[in-house]
Design a binder for this molecule. Structure first.
Ligand code: GAR
Length: 209
């Protein structure tokens, strides 16, 4: 029996990273264990020596550097988009990717770019959500996974989970607990999105922060 081409196919995920890549590792390892209906087919970084690239290579995943060029941001982003498109990506996952993507990039993967962020959005958007939560003295922060729009850490929420801030918490201790949640939540959301590619009629509960 002939099945439609997309039916049962595993989604192709490209992960964008800037740093250590613990979320990329969690996602790639969950996919390799068959817990995510997708394959991480490449890891792309704006930072040439990002540790995440070496961790991808260790796993046999193509690791590609597209170093950020502040003198011509548009040309850099076009190179980045072409590198992702060359992998035939169905989904693009931002896992500690610390650059804002323009509408020109996002239009190539509409509703298919996902970000993980260590706060309960819309609280503490930006590059230092953990430090900002500690400075604000909140009792609870958390993790958000969301679809990406042109604003920083903004777009329809796919999942959120609170994480308590404990007395005496440092950036390191709090980040470690946030990472535990991120490493569970991100693979789950990518799995749901990947399954939706096969069944586009199904919907997630989504809200815009
Ligand atoms: C993660 O905590 C992620 O949520 C955060 O960067 C860290 C990357 O860690 N992203 C943002 O703050 C986005 N604004 P990792 O490189 O070990 O996955």
């Amino acid at each position: 029996m002939d099945l439609p081409a997309a039916h049962g196919a595993r989604a192709r995920v490209v992960v964008l990273v800037s740093g250590t890549g613990s979320n990329m590792v969690a996602l790639a390892d969950a996919a390799a264990r068959g817990q995510v209906a997708a394959d991480v087919v490449a890891v792309v970084s704006d930072v040439a020596d990002a540790p995440a690239l070496a961790r991808a290579t260790e796993r046999g995943i193509p690791a590609i550097a597209v170093p950020f060029d502040r003198t011509d941001r548009g040309a850099w982003e076009a190179r980045l988009a072409d590198a992702v498109a060359a992998q035939d990506a169905d989904l693009v996952v931002l896992a500690g990717f610390m650059r804002i993507l323009s509408g020109a990039f996002l239009a190539r993967w509409p509703d298919r770019v996902v970000n993980v962020h260590p706060s309960l959005l819309p609280a503490f958007r930006g590059a230092d959500a953990v430090g900002d939560a500690l400075a604000a003295g909140v009792d609870v922060t958390g993790v958000s996974v969301h679809l990406v729009d042109e604003l920083v850490d903004h777009g329809p929420i796919l999942a959120q989970e609170p994480v308590p801030v404990l007395p005496g918490d440092t950036r390191e201790t709090l980040l470690a607990r946030l990472h535990e949640v991120e490493h569970r939540l991100l693979p789950r959301c990518v799995d749901e999105l990947a399954r939706d590619l096969d069944h586009p009629a199904s919907t997630h509960e989504r809200s815009t922060p």
